[in-house]
Design a protein around this ligand. Structure first.
Ligand code: SF4
Ligand code: SF4
Length: 500
């Protein structure tokens, strides 16, 4: 963390120069490592609670099962997605795309109104960094002052032990994250196979786990806030979504300025405690005091700066690096409590609300986002609710021509896939439609079994038609697909006639 006394990293107060450089890069081009003070306060407690819930969900998601299916699965390789027990098969890919679009629009809408709530409260990067890795760092290396001292100290047994233990634990957690990450993609059963079977049988999986482990380790041990500053695409485009009416962690400059330390105020003959708070002053005295006292409520203690994991000074205004973690709100509230001033000098509000005293949450742009969001959400919900619960895919076996069978019949091979999207096992059957029934029969190659809940089955069969029913031209053919003995739907396809 830089300080005003650091000649290399002098804060350009009261100027706009802070926008011209990145706080984590020193003027000499080297990285300014951030030693953030351990946050404390009501927002931190709430964020801790939310984070633990999210961590539980993240770590349990691929392993907990509902009706035999994982709670969460994002198998992009096979285009199979499971959300809270609901399976989205490759046939439902349009729903996944639409769902993603809805999610992106939700983030856009919320960002334009409420800023980067996602970053501060729910982003996995912030949750892991601030609530897992940073907490371990505090535990092993102490608070920011001790961390700085340790970093500056020569390599001795204490430093090797602490740094080594920290990195070892970081690596172990990165390994656990990498395994869970892979379980989201390939499913927990496949992951257990990779773990329990010889490495030689799962070279790809073995490489993937180790690669992910190293990436996560580097992200949390080394890159940290740089991921948010430089790599995250959301962090980049959020600046196009926010404006002066967006609610975000904001310093109330009208109330805070002119800032002045307690020492400076004392020297100038002013107390941080206002005449009204001190009591006993006449209105004339109060008015006179108010006009004479140039100081606002900010006591320039720097607490909001030292606690910031992004290394910025929120008093400079809303900045790209701010992940809205609320640590500065807690730090400032503590200082306001200490000097007997109302909390909220830094709070969730907008620039315009501070400047003019009123906030315009609902604007034309917000209405536009809301309209598009509602439209996409309605389409997505409608398609989700009306999607076929039992989906059947009938295909003629590719590459197979008509066959003359020993009994003189003409055969064509087909396959039927049944996707059961319900939570009950389903018994399906297939037969030739009545108008084709006297022309031939179905000869099954596989046994047609029940389809388990949220699963699929595939059966291959041959349609054998009497030669006189076929002729020499391909003919349309129709099947009845039955569900629990009742007609579910009819399926049409083509029966290939043998060549002349
Ligand atoms: S400025 Fe405040 S809210 Fe923003 S990242 Fe820093 S501490 Fe968190
Ligand atoms: S914590 Fe509050 S009082 Fe202290 S410098 Fe920051 S804004 Fe000013």
């Amino acid at each position: 963390m830089y300080t005003a006394s650091d000649p290399l990293l002098k804060i350009e107060k009261d100027t706009e120069e802070y926008r011209d450089h990145i706080n984590t890069i020193r003027p000499d081009g080297k990285r300014a490592w951030i030693y953030a003070k351990k946050p404390k306060g009501r927002f931190y407690r709430w964020r801790t609670l939310v984070s633990y819930l999210l961590l539980a969900l993240m770590f349990l998601g691929p392993y907990v099962r509902i009706h035999g299916q994982p709670l969460l699965l994002i198998n992009v390789l096979e285009r199979k997605f499971i959300l809270f027990g609901f399976v989205f098969w490759p046939q439902d890919f349009y729903l996944v795309v639409l769902g993603l679009l809805t999610l992106i629009l939700t983030i856009v809408l919320f960002t334009s109104v409420f800023g980067r709530l996602w970053c501060g409260w729910t982003c996995p990067q912030t949750v892991f960094m601030e609530m897992v890795f940073r907490k371990i760092e505090y535990l092993i290396e102490g608070d920011f002052q001790q961390q700085k001292q340790l970093a500056a100290s020569p390599w001795n047994a204490n430093k090797i032990l602490r740094k080594g233990a920290k990195l070892l634990i970081f690596y172990a957690i990165s390994f656990a994250i990498a395994n869970t990450f892979l379980a989201y993609i390939i499913g927990s059963e496949e992951l257990f196979k990779i773990i329990s079977e010889p490495v030689s049988e799962h070279i790809g999986g073995f490489i993937a786990i180790n690669l992910f482990t190293v990436v996560f380790f580097l992200v949390f041990a080394r890159f940290r806030e740089q991921v948010c500053h430089f790599a995250c695409p959301y962090g980049r485009f959020q600046s196009a979504l926010v404006d002066n009416d967006t609610i975000s962690v904001t310093y109330d400059f009208k109330r805070g300025e002119k800032r002045g330390t307690l020492g400076a105020r004392k020297k100038a003959g002013f107390s941080i405690v206002s005449a009204a708070q001190a009591g006993g002053a006449s209105q004339a005295q109060l008015n006179a005091g108010a006009s004479a006292n140039p100081y606002g409520d900010c006591i320039d203690c720097g607490s909001c700066v030292v606690v910031c994991p992004s290394g910025i000074d929120i008093r400079n205004g809303i900045q790209l690096e701010c992940v809205q973690c609320t640590a500065c709100i807690d730090a400032c509230d503590k200082m306001m409590d200490a000097v007997g001033k109302p909390r909220g000098l830094i709070r969730y509000t907008s620039y315009n609300a501070v400047k003019t005293g009123k906030n315009t949450l609902f604007k034309f742009r917000t209405a536009g986002y809301l309209a598009v969001w509602l439209l996409v959400l309605s389409i997505f919900t409608g398609l989700l609710l009306t999607r076929e619960q039992i989906e059947t895919v009938l295909l003629r076996q590719p590459g197979m021509l008509a066959q003359r069978l020993p009994d003189g019949y003409i055969g064509n091979m087909y396959s039927l896939k049944v996707f059961n999207k319900t939570f009950e096992p389903q018994k399906t059957d297939i037969r030739l439609s009545p108008e084709f029934a006297d022309k031939g029969e179905i000869r099954f190659i596989d046994v047609m079994t029940e389809t388990a809940a949220q699963n699929f089955t595939q059966v291959r069969f041959m349609v054998a038609l009497k030669p006189e029913a076929v002729g020499t031209v391909n003919l349309p053919i129709e099947f009845d697909i039955l569900l629990n003995g009742q007609l579910l739907r009819k399926k049409q396809t083509v029966f290939i006639a043998p060549g002349k």
